[in-house]
Design a protein. Sequence first.
Length: 145
Amino acid sequence: MNQKRIDEMIPIALNLLEHPLESFKEIKKGTKIKSGYTSAIDAFGPAVVQAGLAKTLAFYMKESEGTDRRKITAFVKEVIYPIKNEYKNRNLLDIYIEETRNKSTLEKLRFKDKVLEAITACKLAKLSFELDESEQKSKDNENES
């Protein structure tokens, strides 16, 4: 991973969290980040390292109950490609498939590095926001009943 690119991506991620796009607006509740999304952001990088990028992207593209992991991939995509209109209506898995099809292993690794750099920037940017645990507390109270 390239620390300089991570440093360049952090302000992009901060700006996107402060002014989220419609595709991942659900990550925040007011000025706080929802705890489920914090966990999903934190788990993304280790999942890529353990399972690989394609499997992780496929997992994160699957509909989920509660925390919609697809919002995380939309957030990461915007950090990597903040102004590329050609990717506006495409998800990160489709972009990965297109950009690595018939490419060398080195090209695939470069794309993986870009994604890991972006998720690292997202993790660091989210630290600037408070955690909203109200959703988690209400779920815990429901389970106790």
